[in-house]
Design a protein around this ligand. Sequence first.
Ligand code: SF4
Ligand code: SF4
Length: 301
Amino acid sequence: MKQLVILSGKGGTGKTSVTSAFAHLSSLGDLASKVVFADADVDASNLELVLSPKNTKSEDFIGGQIALVDADTCTGCGICEEVCRFDAIHEDGAVYLVDPIACDGCAACVYQCPVDAITMHEQNAGKWFRSDSRYGTLFHAALRPAHENSGKLVTLVKQQARLLTLDENYDFVLVDGPPGIGCPVISATSGADLALIVSEPTAAGVHDMHRVLETTAHFDVPALVCINKSDVYPKGTAEIKAFCQAQDIQMVGEIPFDVSVTEAMVQGQPVTDFLPNAPSSQALVKIWDKVIKEMQLDGVQ
Ligand code: SF4
Ligand code: SF4
């Protein structure tokens, strides 16, 4: 079983368009019915918008703990407000109350309360789902607004995808990674056999590509690069290509700017399925072929 993670240094580079196209293309060849998809962008999960899956299972995600004050026991001494470094406890009349959004779950207040009025409680921070899409099984999740532990939820989503892959003897997990280089990206990248970085030829895009490549190098995950909307700013495209050549990073293709991608998204379809002959679809097929060769999957040409 091998894992491919699709990454980008920032949001809006077309990462999910690429992942959804790969999900479609994986359903056509030797890999048909042997791939599991995982949407690791749990803060803004949108692969499901394109794959239109049907939920078959959903479970709560317990993401840490928060403090709770028992108003009947609280004497209003104010010690907890003083010890809370996250400014999460405030006076409310004769007692003190915890702001659940600001609470970091450190439990310092619990140890300092002289009358044991504060206890820690598990927090329901979101849900994770197993769904059937027209191209295969998708694991995805939704983190509640202002809740943390997205790295833990990414790990859970990937674990579920890997378990199904092992149980069913599938070959391949395709992971739509989160944007950026933070904790959820690290969770999405760890254990991957290969990363595809979707870059865009803007000054910010080039800078963010460098950062995400540093992350994959740190975790010893080999990386390939493709450039989305490569014809929009040729100078930026030339800069990315020169950088990849200098760093010995394989460039697997360029996707031209193509309104078909937006039209496909509006229709809730990968562009390769919506308009197979569109310039972007043809570029994506070539990139997919190169990525699959690089994955060296058994029995796949
Ligand atoms: S430390 Fe305990 S008793 Fe004092 S204000 Fe806080 S909750 Fe109330
Ligand atoms: S658990 Fe920590 S962050 Fe939360 S209210 Fe208590 S001291 Fe503040």
